[in-house]
Design a protein around this ligand. Structure first.
Ligand code: ZN
Length: 436
């Protein structure tokens, strides 16, 4: 928004002459007054004119952009979750969630205790707009006037934060899930208030699996238990979304067992990489290359990182431990990932163990011989790889838990091909008839 647009918005809100507003705005901005503050002071000067009550004009949620200045919205509270944050040395409880009207939905943070509950219909006067990850968000704070409406606003969104694990994304707040605790371990960490116990592990439901951290250990969270969790939030940890269960979350044991699907969701590689990380996913693609650092390798005895010419980047000259690994590039036409195979999976594709690999390297007087053998076996074939996908500045890596040659060929691929050329086939048949 440039000055002209701000002036126009202000003039129409205040019902005053645009020329006058433009002049005033220009003066204030020349004195280095930030545009939002300049607009606020003009609103005060003109007593807020038609919009009244010190609040900016009402806006539809669908029309709010990161550039919008303060707004007034009437909306339904979809979710409201408490969370503790440390701000300027002390703990504050904030409420986060989503609001919606007929035109859209938006995340909000309430810095004051307004007593918001899912299902409430509210009018928030003078809510701040800030940008988070390219999207607008609302700040409800000290200068926001909040009132509850008697009549519920009908919105095309579900009230409440019910979700499946596959639906959860980094940034989601106040979510409710029903899951089975698949893995769980207790750890002691150095928290901001000294040593504290936390639980971490993996949740599963029919849609998928996700790692979790429980910051205030709940006795119901125990391996094998099925639980309902309300008011959890999702943040990114090591490249994948992680469910966070806090002191404000409610955990209840379920009478019934939650079914956990055994299959990982299958995604296109491009789509999977674009999500920024998936805890458990299946990707299918052509294996186009085996990268350097595959086959017979040596690891640092201290940190397990791969050493080159006996040198660890951290520990210097070390006596490397022999190991097997494959780093292979998988491509499905929409994107590429590096599938990383551990020693067990590498033994399977190599068709031999570490002893065999050492013998092959000795005979060839070249340790690269092992990688070459693996290359010959797998490059150019199609594989179905399941594992943990992480995406960072070094690229997309799929830490494989299974690696199998794709079984949908050749019959299914042939069928798909025939379907695609069906039109041509019909034409050919017609010609035959004419000939007869
Ligand atoms: Zn090392």
């Amino acid at each position: 928004m440039d000055l002209e647009d701000h002036a126009e918005e202000l003039a129409s809100d205040l019902g005053v002459d645009k020329e006058e507003v433009t002049q005033d705005l220009q003066n204030l901005v020349e004195y280095s007054v930030p545009i939002d503050e300049a607009k606020q002071s003009l609103r005060r000067k003109h007593g807020d004119g038609s919009s009244g009550g010190g609040a900016p004009a009402a806006k539809d949620i669908g029309d709010i952009t990161p550039d919008s200045s303060n707004v007034t919205v009437t909306a339904r509270v979809l979710t409201a979750g408490e969370r503790s944050i440390r701000y300027q040395g002390s703990d504050h409880v904030i409420v986060e969630g989503r609001l919606a009207d007929e035109t859209g939905a938006i995340d909000y943070t309430a810095w004051e205790d307004f007593g918001l509950s899912p299902g409430d219909t509210i009018t928030a006067g003078n809510a701040g707009v800030r940008e988070w990850d390219g999207e607008p968000e609302l700040n409800l704070g000290e200068s926001t006037s909040l009132s509850f409406e008697e009549e519920a606003l009908e919105v095309p969104y579900e009230v409440g934060g019910e979700a499946t694990l596959a639906e959860l994304q980094t940034g989601d707040r106040a979510v409710s899930i029903e899951v089975e605790v698949l893995e769980c371990e207790r750890r002691t960490i150095d928290g901001r208030d000294g040593e504290t116990d936390i639980l971490s592990g993996v949740f599963g439901d029919e849609s998928g699996r996700l790692p979790f951290t429980n910051w205030d250990p709940a006795p119901e969270i125990e391996e094998g238990n099925s639980v309902r969790i309300e008011n959890a939030y999702v943040r990114e940890f090591r490249g994948v979304p992680e469910v966070n269960v806090s002191e404000f979350s409610t955990v209840t044991a379920l009478e019934h067992e939650v079914d956990v699907g055994s299959d990982a969701p299958t995604m296109g590689i491009g789509e999977a990489v674009a999500t920024g990380g998936v805890y458990d996913v299946e990707l299918v693609g052509n294996l186009i290359a085996v990268r350097d650092g595959s086959g017979l390798i040596q690891r640092c005895p201290e940190c397990r990182r791969v050493v080159q010419k006996g040198q660890c980047r951290t520990h210097g000259d070390v006596d490397g431990i022999d190991d097997l690994r494959v780093k292979a590039i998988l491509d499905d036409g929409t994107g590429t990932v590096t599938a990383v195979l551990d020693d067990e999976l590498t033994k399977q594709v190599y068709g031999g163990d570490l002893e065999d690999a050492l013998e092959e390297a000795r005979d060839a007087m070249d340790q690269e011989a092992v990688a070459d053998t693996i290359r010959e076996k797998i490059v150019g074939r199609e594989y179905r790889v399941r594992g943990h996908l992480s995406v960072d500045e070094y690229g997309a890596n799929l830490d494989a838990s299974s690696f199998d040659e794709s079984d949908d060929d050749p019959t299914e691929r042939a069928a798909a091909f025939l379907e695609a050329v069906d039109g041509a086939q019909v034409e050919a048949e017609t010609e035959t008839e004419v000939d007869a």
